[in-house]
Design a protein around this ligand. Structure first.
Ligand SMILES: C[S@@+](CC[C@H](N)C(=O)[O-])C[C@H]1O[C@@H](n2cnc3c(N)ncnc32)[C@H](O)[C@@H]1O
Length: 322
């Protein structure tokens, strides 16, 4: 095993490298402990929990769960109460299950715990597969950084969530993931989302605005956000919309690279730029960008991922037209 789970100070438990881990290494690969479809939400979470083995249920309840900020907590309680009322109505209609389904303060508290654990640890798997959100036992111990050294991606064919090293990780270093989608957001916006959803203040180098590094990153992000707003306001009127979109995406790539962010979000932008270049008839540039995207993908999702294979096909098609 390349990692161990141990105390990470105020963060609770965390996942640490047991020996040096090279960029691109698959650090762990896990099947879901609990999975639901997109349309299931509360119903799916509670029904799936019912069919867990005792060990898996214990593993789930052992995970950390944050109740969310005030408004989230209230909304979650409403959903739990509503779900219990619905179960009661169902039980009255089907009396054989009546006694096991009576809502009680204890059962509601347990449901709230399960709900909080799910919301604090689940990943959106995307990709339109049958499973849309899931919790993974060891992945759930990975703490957050806005400048993570690892990235998780669901591999639909394997039915596993894989975590890859985005850069070389030293022995003893903590492995981190970004809990938020990377949108070039500013520290305050990221901070309120992390506080509301997960209950902590991030102290990563991008969030520490007392340092030159933190300030420079924040300024770059603010500048790019201003530009994207201007771009969004004018894009429809712009006769060279595609060219402008291409320039904007390239600027975002530059911003992320300056921040040291090199995951799937950047790889997908390279492919976007490649596709725009194809439309603009610039095949050599398209090929160069797609190859760059594929190079990043080999590290963050691995050679066996369906998205990597799509990238290879895209490049093969480009080469055949050259
Ligand atoms: C998915 S869990 C991560 C594992 C968790 N530390 C544990 O003990 O199981 C998310 C929770 O970990 C803590 N956490 C994650 N990243 C953190 C960070 N950068 N700083 C402080 N706490 C963090 C928060 O309590 C958050 O709600």
């Amino acid at each position: 095993m390349k990692y161990e789970i141990r105390q990470a100070g105020v963060k609770g438990l965390g996942l640490f490298a047991k020996s040096p881990i090279a960029r691109g290494t698959r650090i762990l690969s896990e099947r879901p402990l609990l999975a639901i479809r997109q349309d299931q939400e509360v119903d799916g979470i509670f029904s799936a929990t019912k069919s867990l083995t005792q060990n898996d249920r214990k593993a789930l309840l052992d995970l950390s769960g944050h109740s969310g900020g005030q408004s989230l907590e209230f909304a979650r309680w409403m959903q739990v109460v509503w779900w219990n009322v619905k179960s009661l109505v169902r039980s009255v209609r089907h009396p054989s299950t009546f006694t096991s389904s009576i809502p009680s303060p204890r059962s509601m508290r347990e449901h709230m715990t399960i709900f909080n654990v799910f919301r604090s640890n689940s990943f959106d798997l995307g990709g339109g597969g049958s499973i849309q959100q899931a919790v993974f036992d060891n992945v759930a111990r990975i703490n957050h950084s806005c400048l993570p050294n690892a990235q998780g991606n669901f591999h639909s064919t394997l039915g596993r969530f894989n975590v890859h090293a985005l850069r070389d990780i030293k022995s003893g270093e903590e492995v981190t993931l970004n809990y938020l989608p990377e949108l070039g957001s500013l520290a305050a916006s990221r901070g309120s989302k992390l506080q509301e959803g997960y209950g902590f203040d991030c102290d990563c180098p991008a969030c520490d605005l007392t340092t030159a590094r933190g300030k420079a990153g924040e300024e770059r992000r603010a500048e790019e956000r201003k530009r994207i707003k201007e771009f969004a306001a004018t894009v429809e009127k712009n006769a060279e919309g595609m060219d402008a979109e291409l320039r904007m995406t390239k600027r975002f790539i530059k911003l992320f690279e300056a921040e040291g962010i090199t995951g799937r979000e950047v790889a997908s932008m390279y492919f976007e730029v490649a596709k725009l270049n194809v439309k603009l008839g610039r095949h050599d540039e398209a090929l160069r960008c797609a190859e760059k995207g594929l190079e990043l993908d080999q590290y963050c999702i691995g050679f066996d991922h369906p998205t990597y294979e799509n990238g290879v096909e895209f490049i093969t098609a480009l080469k055949s037209k050259a």
